[in-house]
Design a protein around this ligand. Structure first.
Ligand code: NAD
Length: 517
């Protein structure tokens, strides 16, 4: 198999040349479909990380001095460039992660949607807010949003382009610089996106790319950051959250999930089966919000299971750089082994494989079949831990209360899905599930793609959120600028304090009654 035509040695040299690195060390990037080496990715050391922050800080001072309109103008040009070059990004993403082309293309759309949302919303979100001050008429107080400075952004390999560029976008528009650390497995597509940002007019140096294994440079990234945006596993999130706390900088942690889906008695099974297949197997089951637990009412269980298994068996796997395959590869042989270990553990303890359960070496080294299990019990690893592969388990329930209790029986709280024809009843069930994203009659895209609304994980699925107003405000500090037209707040030395107390009490009562404060 040959690499996509766009992935030339010249392009690879340009992209790897963007990494800040003086270490002399490199990581071998391989094509997932074949395991063949594509290029050497330079690795950064903690000194490189520090240098990256210095350069980004210098550029940030210039960028933040530009009027918002000018910064937004750059993002409009970026949006146009990405509209034209999304398929090159998809080529790179497929080479690096093995995901299906449809998924890679959709991922570029996430960045387009987030960019266009904040282009429109930024002036409203970032505008100054003037309030009456402490003393009516003679004072004012204005909330002013200023950028944090330079954001340390760490992203995973599963949605590398979106979790890097979509999360950098509100930070940049708000006036920050960014030091970006993608996963070693998925840096090239991210670097291509950063190139487009520079082509659109970003000041030189504003986004820096550093590369390395997390434990080698993670601490340096957090130590130098004014804010940390992290997407990845819950285990790593705990480490980064602790480091950010030590440095007294804020952080957003978007972490793992073990997401439930409930099929209610009155669900339309044509829609529920198709939607559950999409939400389970998209991105080869390597999505933080994808479904790993399916709860079906006892009355519908047999019919749902039969149709769901048939639909899973109809999924077309393939290792091609075109839109034909429904599902691509897992990201690596190590990930395939992890998924296999979860399935083997379950089968060893009595689970039944309804379909799949095996690798597909005929297609590529990391392919794994869409897999549906049943008879899964709480002692099995995959009952509770995130498998992060094309594997799900079907359970049944007797009452809606039981379904809700089972859905909530997890340390995670990222996404939940409920299917039912009575939409209000289904929504009421959804609102009882402890998750940051609730999708009614959809698996996950409905909530994730609603960029006006904030989205984040509850419980061990995260701290903070992205999208919506909060997704931009988190990258800013607030200055409270208070101005007195006349100094009325200090008391002269001969103040009669008995009278002063009475006057103050009267004034406070009046202000409450008049609704001033
Ligand atoms: P991971 O935590 O191993 O790695 C994520 C990133 O953190 C990588 O860039 C990695 O190099 C870096 N990293 C690792 N150790 C680090 C350390 N000590 N300090 C600093 N950086 C470090 O996660 P992963 O396995 O690559 O990604 C998959 C996980 O990400 C899954 O758990 C998935 O659910 C989660 N995820 C969550 C969301 C979300 O929005 N909630 C989105 C995508 C993925």
């Amino acid at each position: 198999m040959s690499l996509p035509a766009s992935v030339t040695p010249d392009l690879l040299a340009k992209l790897t040349g963007m990494v800040v690195s003086t270490s002399g060390r490199s990581h071998a990037v391989t094509e997932v479909y074949t395991g063949e080496k594509v290029c050497d990715l330079p690795q950064s050391d903690p000194g490189d990380v520090k240098a990256a922050y210095s350069a980004a800080r210098a550029a940030q001072a210039v960028w933040a001095s530009w009027p918002l309109k000018r910064r937004v103008g750059v993002m409009k040009r970026f949006h146009e460039l990405l509209l034209g070059q999304g398929l090159v990004v998809a080529d790179l993403m497929q080479v690096e992660t093995g995901k299906a082309r449809r998924m890679a293309f959709e991922e570029t759309c996430d960045v387009l949607m987030v960019t266009s949302h904040y282009i429109k919303a930024a002036p409203r979100i970032l505008r100054e807010r003037k309030h009456g001050g402490v003393v009516p008429i003679v004072s004012t107080s204005t909330e002013v949003r200023i950028p944090k400075g330079v954001v340390g952004l760490i992203s995973p390999w599963n949605f590398p382009f979106a979790t890097s560029l979509s999360d950098a976008m509100p930070a940049l528009i708000a006036g920050n610089g960014v030091v970006l650390k993608p996963d070693n497995k998925s840096t090239l597509n991210v670097a291509y996106g950063v190139r487009l940002l520079y082509e659109a007019g970003l000041p030189a140096g504003l986004i820096q790319i550093v590369c390395g294994e997390g434990p080698d440079i993670g601490a340096a990234i957090v130590e130098n950051a004014d804010y940390v945006m992290f997407t990845g596993s819950t285990a790593t999130g705990r480490v980064i959250g602790a480091q950010a706390g030590q440095n007294l900088v804020g952080c957003t942690l978007e972490l793992g999930g073990k997401n439930p889906l409930i099929v209610l008695d009155d669900a339309n099974l044509d829609e529920a089966v198709a939607g559950t297949v999409a939400a389970t197997f998209l991105n080869t089951g390597q999505a933080c919000m994808h479904i790993e637990r399916i709860y079906v009412s006892e009355r519908r269980r047999e019919e749902f299971t039969k149709r769901f298994v048939e639909a899973a068996q109809a999924i077309r796997l393939g290792a091609t750089y075109d839109f034909a395959p429904d599902m691509g590869s897992l990201v690596s042989v190590a990930q395939r082994e992890r998924v296999q270990a979860h399935v083997d553990d379950a089968v060893g303890k009595g689970a039944t494989v309804l379909t799949g359960g095996k690798p597909r070496p005929d297609l590529g080294p990391a392919f794994f079949e869409p897999t549906v299990l049943t008879d899964v019990t709480p002692d099995m690893v995959l009952a509770r831990a995130e498998t992060f592969g094309p594997v799900t388990a079907i359970y049944s329930y007797a009452t809606v209360d039981e379904a809700v209790a089972l859905a909530n029986d997890t340390e995670y709280g990222l996404n939940a899905s409920v299917w039912g024809s009575d939409r209000r009843a289904a929504e009421a069930v959804g609102r009882r599930i402890q998750a940051g994203n609730i999708n009614v009659n959809d698996g996950l895209a409905a909530s994730y793609a609603s960029k006006k609304s904030t989205s984040g994980g509850l419980k061990a699925s995260g701290v903070g959120s992205r999208h919506g107003d909060a997704g931009m405000l988190k990258y800013t500090d607030v200055q409270n600028v208070a101005v007195l037209k006349k100094q009325v707040l200090t008391n002269p030395p001969d103040t009669d304090w008995t009278k002063q107390v009475a006057k103050t009490v009267k004034g406070l009562r009046l202000m409450r009654k008049l609704g001033i404060r």
